[in-house]
Design a protein around this ligand. Structure first.
Ligand code: AKB
Length: 315
């Protein structure tokens, strides 16, 4: 059996740090190198970690060669809210970083590559309920534009260069081990922290803003399952819809109140409201279920119970 040597780019982020732990468990710390542009914090502290900037193509290629890398998880990206503040840099990192990785996959004949897309690749005229896999995609944020373009790059490298690239359109990801950075769905992480520390939360989205969301354990599971799937089962090479739950700020507040009755929420929508309003409210992920057996395990109340149990140790 071929030995895997895995490189994670952007391992210090919210998804990266938990995915790294999952990969360490499966493949062993010696076979999984976590990298980012800054020293690791928190849960990445005791692993195989190195500094690497995906925008430095030559250094990236040298790193892959020196370490005999066979697979890359490329997670480094600017998210939706931050991307609107610095659109040129979001384009540079999100696009050039991806193309560097895909070129490296060709050059070093990598076994496979993982790259995340997002619900942000959809836009205001996309059907909002049960958004189909194949539908109108007219993203209005620069982040969403890079995700849609990135999907097309992945599909192009698969068809024209034979790169075995796999991708998921993540909903908002909710975890408690690391803080998120710069996303529109991040209120659903902060709300748990504030529920425990202040017993109140001011939300930057309005009360009934429905968005698709996913608990981090499910996101890590979906990522590992699609990466383990035999190549012939991965029939979509742009990116798969994956879904777990949808809720509004009012509903997550109610779920928290079942554990912390005195918790209160208020609403002060800002520029992120129009980003949220341009995204789907729920997704049809039938293709992921049929093609490679996707099945989420967490709904809103199960996730809330889990987070409120474990989060205090991380505050
Ligand atoms: C964001 O809010 O920008 C991200 C996403 C939905 O991709 N969490």
């Amino acid at each position: 059996m071929k030995k895997h040597k895995i490189l994670i780019i952007g391992a210090g982020g919210q998804l990266g740090s938990e995915l790294t732990q999952g990969l360490w468990q499966i493949y062993g710390k010696e076979n999984v190198i976590a990298t980012d542009i800054k020293d690791p914090q928190g849960i990445l502290g005791q692993g195989n970690f190195e500094i690497l900037d995906v925008l430095k193509e030559k250094a990236l290629f040298e790193f892959i060669k020196k370490n005999n890398i066979t697979q890359i998880y490329h997670l480094a990206a600017v998210l939706s809210a931050t991307g609107e503040r610095n659109p040129k840099f979001a384009w540079h990192l999100n696009m050039d970083g991806l193309v560097h990785v895909l070129d490296a996959a060709v050059e070093f004949k990598l076994d496979r590559v993982y790259w995340p897309s997002s619900i942000a690749a959809f836009g205001p005229t996309t059907p909002k309920q049960n958004t189909p896999q194949d539908t109108i995609m007219d993203p209005t944020t620069i982040y969403g534009i890079t995700k849609l373009a990135g999907e097309r790059w992945c599909d192009w490298y698969f068809r024209n260069k034979g790169v075995d690239v796999r991708s998921l359109r993540y909903p908002g990801l909710i975890g408690y081990k690391t803080k998120p950075g710069g996303g529109t769905t991040d209120y659903a992480v902060d709300i748990y922290i504030k529920a425990l520390t202040d017993k109140k939360f001011e939300c930057f989205l309005s009360e009934h803003t429905y968005l698709p969301m996913m608990y981090m354990d499910d996101a890590v599971k979906a990522t590992l399952v699609i990466m383990e799937a035999p190549a012939e089962k991965v029939k979509i090479r742009s990116s798969y819809n994956v879904s777990a739950m949808s809720f509004s700020p009012a509903e997550i507040a109610k779920s928290i109140q079942k554990h912390i009755p005195e918790f209160t929420i208020s609403y002060q929508p800002d520029f992120r409201q129009s980003i949220a309003d341009s995204w789907p409210q729920s997704l049809d992920d039938m293709r992921a279920r049929q093609d490679w057996g996707w099945q989420p395990a967490f709904d809103l109340d199960k996730m809330t119970a889990e987070i409120l149990k474990h989060l205090p140790a991380y505050l």
